[in-house]
Design a protein around this ligand. Structure first.
Ligand code: AHG
Ligand code: MN
Ligand code: MN
Length: 346
């Protein structure tokens, strides 16, 4: 029997309770929402682990609002999360990358104070080949807490700095859940034999600078000259050996971001001539990942602005993303804006 590596045995439910203790005004609603969510994540993890044996691999006949082909596991995960989140009655509205419109919940007693937005299955192209995939989520309070009206699009279109909680699950070599309520970001590993998430990394800290860069370099031809210069720069050997950086790219944002926040370096999906706003979605992907990155001491920007300050205009809008170690992201931003001192001599 391998040694247990956790120092103290803290389950995710213990941790959520402890975090609630930091908010004397808390009523327990938020705790109940997070517990419902972890149930959905455990169910998805179970089915991902058996993928190939059950009937969850392959495509459906549908195309989603982003023009992407929908896979069975996208649909399944989307349904599981929605079903789990309706239970508590504390959620007034949900928005999912896989649904064209917002999903208003609890129509009869429409009084939930919170809303959840999510990417049910991130890394769709990796599902059928056994490569890491994930789920991303953000929880907000509704804009008007005294409202008797149904939850609305306005509730969903809040800037990321208003997130009450955010996180992701990673279905990789193990299932890992990282979440924050604004008091640091913490990682839990699912013990599948008992169905519990146990604390494995408390208060994750991202190194100030890293040695890895993560980007789909197949888009090089479509990038702006500034982005090309930045990537050329981090690949060019330097006398102090801090460069070249090593390249890592899984093609699942959650997995590439998770590695980046733990090892340091930079993950990016810049805009390009094919995708003028980049590929990732502000509401379902970038905001949650940015909150986690900041809670770990890192930075997340669109090349100029902090991601968390951007007010979304559309629930499905896309945004360029530069995320990771502070010094690396600042350097990428300097190149992006054509202000890096070495840029002129490259
Ligand atoms: P999703 O599977 O939720 O549609 O997201 C896929 C995203 C993201 O996970 C990843 O970073 C990116 O697509 C990869 O895109 P490329 O294949 O263009 O590199
Ligand atoms: Mn995604
Ligand atoms: Mn997805």
């Amino acid at each position: 029997m391998p040694a247990m590596t956790t120092q103290r045995l803290t389950t995710i439910s213990h941790h959520i309770d402890d975090e609630q203790g930091l908010h004397p005004e808390a009523t327990g609603e938020f705790t109940s929402i997070l517990n419902d969510l972890t149930l959905a994540l455990r169910l998805i993890s179970r089915d991902v682990r058996r993928a190939g044996l059950n009937d969850v691999l392959g495509l459906t006949r549908d195309t989603n609002v982003h023009g992407e082909q929908v896979r069975k596991l996208d649909t399944y995960s989307n349904d599981v999360i929605k079903r789990a989140m309706q239970r508590s009655g504390h959620i007034c509205v949900m928005a999912s990358e896989e649904d064209e419109e917002i999903v208003v919940t609890d129509i009869v007693n429409n009084r939930g104070k919170y809303l959840i937005v999510f990417d049910p299955l991130d890394g769709s192209s990796n599902i059928d080949v056994g490569v890491t995939i994930g789920t991303i989520f953000s929880i907000y309070k509704r804009v008007d807490l005294t409202s008797d009206e149904a939850g609305s699009v306005e509730d969903v279109l809040q800037p990321g700095y208003k997130q009450e909680a955010a996180g992701y699950a990673l279905y990789g070599s193990s299932t890992v859940l990282v979440y924050t309520t604004g008091h640091g970001a913490h990682a839990f590993t699912l013990d599948p034999t008992i169905g519990e998430f146990l604390l494995t990394r408390e208060n994750i800290r991202t190194p100030k600078r890293g040695k890895y860069y993560s980007v789909n370099e197949g888009n090089y031809y479509y990038w702006s000259e500034n982005i090309r210069q930045y990537v050329d720069y981090i690949k060019t050997p330097s006398k102090d050996k801090s460069r070249p950086y090593s390249h890592r790219y899984i093609g699942t944002a959650v997995a590439d971001v998770h590695r980046t926040i733990i090892y340091g370096g930079i993950f990016m999906y810049p805009a390009d001539s094919k995708a003028p706003n980049g590929k990732l979605r502000l509401v379902y992907e970038a905001n949650a990942l940015a909150m986690i990155a900041e809670q770990c001491g890192g930075r997340a920007s669109d090349g100029q602005n902090r991601i968390l300050d951007i007010k979304p205009n559309n629930i499905h809008e896309r945004v360029p993303l530069f995320l990771g170690s502070k010094e690396d992201v600042f350097e990428a931003e300097a190149f992006f804006m054509g202000e890096h001192p070495l840029q002129q001599i490259l």
